[in-house]
Design a protein around this ligand. Structure first.
Ligand code: FES
Length: 336
C-alpha cells in the first residue's frame, strides 16, 4: 500500500473513551475531514502540557471504512512528559487538532507468510495490520507479548478474531517470548512487522542479522519512547554556544536545547531519521541510545546520538561510578 505523508490538519471531536486495559484508554475521534486509514497508519495531534502545545503520534487502532470514526489507544506512561496524561483527561465532546492518517509503516500485500510482533502498547501499530491480513486470508501469526495480562489491551477481541493465529506471551505467567525461537521460526520469504519496546526490537534486529535474513523483510514502527534504562535528569553542555541545560527525566535533550534557545535540526522526533544528530565531545556517564537510526556498532562507539530520544544516564547499571560521584550524568556535545 502506498505511503502517504502529506500532513492535513483538521479538527476532531472525541466521541467515545473507554479503558481497555490497566492505564490504556481507547479514544474514538470523529474528524472534520475524514480519510480512510490504511493499516500501519498513525495520527499526529497536539496535546497541551503546562499551557503549551506539543505534537504526539498515535497509531490508528481501527477506523470505519470512510474514516469518519478513528480509534487510537493511549498508554498512560508512568514517566510521561504529560502528553499521555492529557490524553487520558479527554472526554466525549472535547475537540482536538489532528492530522489525517499518515503512513510510514505500510503493510506490503502479497508475502507468503507474515509474522506480526507486538510488545505491550506496540500492539496499537500492529492490530489493524492483523485484521487486514485476516480479512485477506493471508498466512500470518500475530505474536503479542507483555509483562502482565492486565496490561494487554484487546486480548479477548484478538482471541475471538485471530484464534490459532494469535500467540500470547506473558512474562508474569512464565510464558515470556523467546526472541531466538521466534526469529528461528521465520523463513527467508516471510516478512516480520514489529512495534514494541526498544529492547525487544533490538533483540529481534540482532537475531535477524545473525540469521542473515533479508533486511527489507524486517519492518518496524517506533515512537521513540522507551530505552534501556529509566530516564533520569542529566546535564547537556554545548561549549561552542556557551550553553548548559538540565534535561529533566520527563523532557528530551532536544526539547531542553530548544528551551535554552539553541536552533536545532529535527524531523521525526522519534529516533528514526537521524536529523537531530549531535556529536558527543565528552561524557560523564553513559548514553542510553533510544533510536533506531544508528547501527549497533555506531551506538557502541558513543560518538554521536539522536538527541530527540537518546539520553545520558549515570552509568549503564544506574548504580556504580557516577552514583558514587553523586551528580547527574553530563554530556558535552557539538551541534552543527
Ligand atoms: S529528529 Fe529524527 S532522529 Fe531525531
Amino acid at each position: 500500500m502506498a505511503a502517504t505523508n502529506i500532513e492535513v490538519w483538521q479538527q476532531a471531536t472525541v466521541i467515545e473513551t473507554e479503558d481497555v486495559a490497566t492505564n490504556i484508554r481507547r479514544i474514538v475521534l470523529a474528524p472534520a475531514l475524514p480519510k480512510r486509514a490504511e493499516p500501519g497508519s498513525h495520527l499526529d495531534l497536539f496535546v497541551t502540557i503546562d499551557g503549551e502545545r506539543h505534537k504526539r503520534s498515535y497509531s490508528v487502532v481501527d477506523s470505519t471504512e470512510d474514516g469518519s470514526r478513528v480509534a487510537i489507544s493511549v498508554l498512560k506512561a508512568p514517566l510521561s512528559r504529560g502528553g499521555s496524561i492529557f490524553m487520558h483527561t479527554l472526554q466525549p465532546g472535547d475537540a482536538l487538532e489532528i492530522t489525517q492518517p499518515l503512513q510510514n509503516f505500510p503493510l506490503r500485500i502479497g508475502a507468503p507468510r507474515y509474522v506480526l510482533l507486538a510488545g505491550g502498547i506496540g500492539l496499537t501499530a500492529i492490530v489493524n495490520m492483523a485484521r487486514v491480513l485476516k480479512n485477506l486470508g493471508a498466512n500470518y501469526t500475530l505474536v503479542y507479548a507483555a509483562r502482565t495480562r492486565e496490561r494487554m489491551a484487546y486480548l479477548p477481541e484478538l482471541r475471538a478474531l485471530h484464534g490459532e493465529n494469535l500467540q500470547v506471551h506473558i512474562d508474569d505467567e512464565g510464558t515470556a517470548l523467546s526472541v531466538p525461537d521466534l526469529v528461528g521460526s521465520v523463513d527467508p520469504s516471510s516478512e516480520l512487522y514489529m512495534c514494541g519496546p526498544i529492547r525487544l526490537m533490538d533483540a529481534v534486529r540482532r537475531a535477524w542479522t545473525e540469521r542473515e535474513l533479508p533486511a527489507p523483510n524486517l519492518r518496524f514502527e517506533t515512537f521513540g519512547n522507551s530505552g534501556w534504562y529509566d530516564p533520569e535528569e542529566f546535564i547537556v553542555r554545548v561549549p561552542r554556544l556557551v550553553v548548559e541545560a538540565r534535561v529533566p527525566a520527563g523532557r528530551s535533550m532536544l526539547e531542553a536545547l530548544e528551551d535554552a534557545g539553541v536552533e536545532m535540526m529535527f524531523d521525526c522526533r522519534k529516533g528514526e531519521c537521524g536529523l537531530c544528530e549531535v556529536k558527543v565531545l565528552a561524557l560523564e556517564g553513559a548514553i542510553d541510545h533510544r533510536d533506531v537510526f544508528y547501527s549497533e556498532r555506531e551506538q557502541h562507539a558513543a560518538e554521536k546520538m539522536c538527541c530527540c530520544v537518546s539520553r545520558a544516564v549515570t552509568s549503564p547499571t544506574g548504580l556504580a561510578a557516577n552514583a558514587a560521584r553523586g551528580g547527574p550524568a553530563i554530556v558535552t556535545i557539538g551541534v552543527s
